[in-house]
Design a protein around this ligand. Structure first.
Ligand code: NAD
Ligand code: DAU
Length: 369
């Protein structure tokens, strides 16, 4: 039986599908709307008997219902979402549409589907909802990392929409018996990440000698996990997780943004030196802070470690080096995603970089609007 992946043409979905198939998993049907963040080319090389792309919306209940009825997947893994905090500040509507209403429609299609399964089929079926640590809000410097019992306190339209979707998934388990698993993961980095996010944005701006825009003092802390470790964690949850349970996933790798950006500068200076650009650190430009910027995220991954034996394989230093190399080696991919939509985002959000008149700042701070 296949699995149905939603949002599999994005960053984490692509890495998950590649890992799933490389490890002998069954056929994958990928339902993806192909927004600006989805890239059909990521997986186009996969053979048709192991991978199929269906272009569509998780909010299209009839389409999802049809896919469930015809393909009869053993599991559904939901990656589909609007995922960029800054875009949610510019325009929250799409986040409400996909992350909340879209997930609701997906859950409704699933509810209807499982009502027709036999007891044995239902016992084997899983819905894995992929979520984020941002639902827990922001930590102070000395506070304990987020555990699965930390109260939700989302601060951005993005995290509020993901929190809503988590609550809906939970409710569909408790009320309708849908076999739901939920994961809340920390910041991912690695191959195929769209260059609006910190790590690839800094790699590509540094590579081409453009300013490297750090919000505020750059001392905000994130807990970094290599995307391939996230994929392994999701497979462990899917195969052995307890239905109805939430698992936090993190890298035990808290880093201030400045540390990450400086590490990228050093790697670029070593792997792609350019005398015309000089030391990349000179490109670091502090700009106005993100509105409502969460100061610190950190994840306590004890549950997934104790119950499922999951531990990340990548340490941040070698994972970041590998990631920088990937972006250096994949110029065609980079070119293909830096097309019209990407340019228009950069122009809106960072207009000052290419000589715009706005104050140096992201959305809502007078820059690039
Ligand atoms: P992404 O933005 O790279 O990819 C999202 C994918 O979903 C794209 O392929 C897009 O085309 C697709 N999509 C968007 N709206 C859709 C819709 N209505 N119907 C069908 N497909 C749609 O996101 P990502 O970074 O790969 O994140 C995947 C999931 O993991 C998201 O739910 C995100 O909240 C969560 N997450 C991300 C991170 C991270 O660091 N990137 C960390 C924790 C959790
Ligand atoms: O914590 C998990 C979350 O991580 C996921 O749920 C989100 O989908 C994912 O986008 C990510 O959210 P962040 O907001 O943490 O990621 P981002 O890459 O946008 O920013 C990381 C940090 O870097 C954050 O503190 C903001 C800062 N930053 C980001 C950009 C794009 C900058 O200083 N400058 C920038 O230009």
């Amino acid at each position: 039986m296949p699995i149905l992946v939603t949002g599999g043409a994005g960053f984490i979905g692509t890495n998950f599908i590649l890992a799933w198939l490389a490890q002998g998993g069954g056929q994958v049907v990928n339902l993806d709307k192909l927004t600006y963040a989805g890239n059909r080319g990521n997986l186009a090389h996969l053979p048709a008997d192991s991978y199929e792309l269906v272009v569509g919306d998780i909010g299209d209940r009839a389409l999802v219902g049809r896919l469930l009825a015809e393909r009869r997947p053993e599991a559904v893994i939901n990656f589909a979402a609007e995922s960029h905090v800054d875009r949610s500040i510019h325009g929250p509507a799409e986040f409400i549409r996909t992350n909340i209403v879209g997930t609701f429609n997906l859950l409704e299609a699933l509810r209807s589907h499982v009502s027709g399964l036999s007891a044995t089929e239902l016992a084997a079926f899983r819905f894995l909802h992929v979520s984020t640590d941002e639902v827990y809000g922001s930590l102070g410097p000395g506070e304990a990392p987020f555990s699965e019992t930390t109260p939700y306190a989302p601060n951005s339209p993005y995290s509020a929409s993901k929190a809503s979707s988590d609550h809906l998934a939970r409710a569909y388990h408790h009320t309708y018996g849908l076999p739901v698993l939920t994961t809340n993961c920390s910041n991912n980095y690695g191959p195929f990440q769209f260059p609006e996010k910190l790590v690839p944005l800094m790699i590509l701006n540094g590579l081409s000698g453009k300013p490297m825009p750090v919000y505020g003092d750059g001392l905000q802390v994130r807990d970094w996990l290599h995307v391939q470790d996230h994929a392994q964690a999701l497979m462990a949850v899917l195969r052995r997780g307890r239905v109805g349970t939430t698992y936090n996933i993190g890298g035990r790798a808290e880093m201030a943004n400045m540390e990450v950006v400086e590490a990228i500068c050093s790697l670029l200076d070593e792997l792609a030196p350019d005398p015309k650009i000089g030391p990349r650190r000179s490109l670091i430009t502090h700009i106005a802070d993100r509105p409502g910027h969460d100061r610190r995220y950190a994840v306590n991954p004890d549950r997934i470690s104790a119950e499922l034996g999951f531990e990340p394989r990548h340490d941040f230093a070698s994972g970041l080096r590998e990631t920088v190399r990937w972006y250096l080696d994949n110029g065609k991919w980079v070119e293909s995603v830096q097309s019209g939509e990407y340019r228009s985002w950069v122009d809106r959000h960072y207009s000052w970089i290419d000589g715009g008149q706005g104050r140096k700042g992201p959305a809502g701070q007078g820059g690039g609007r």
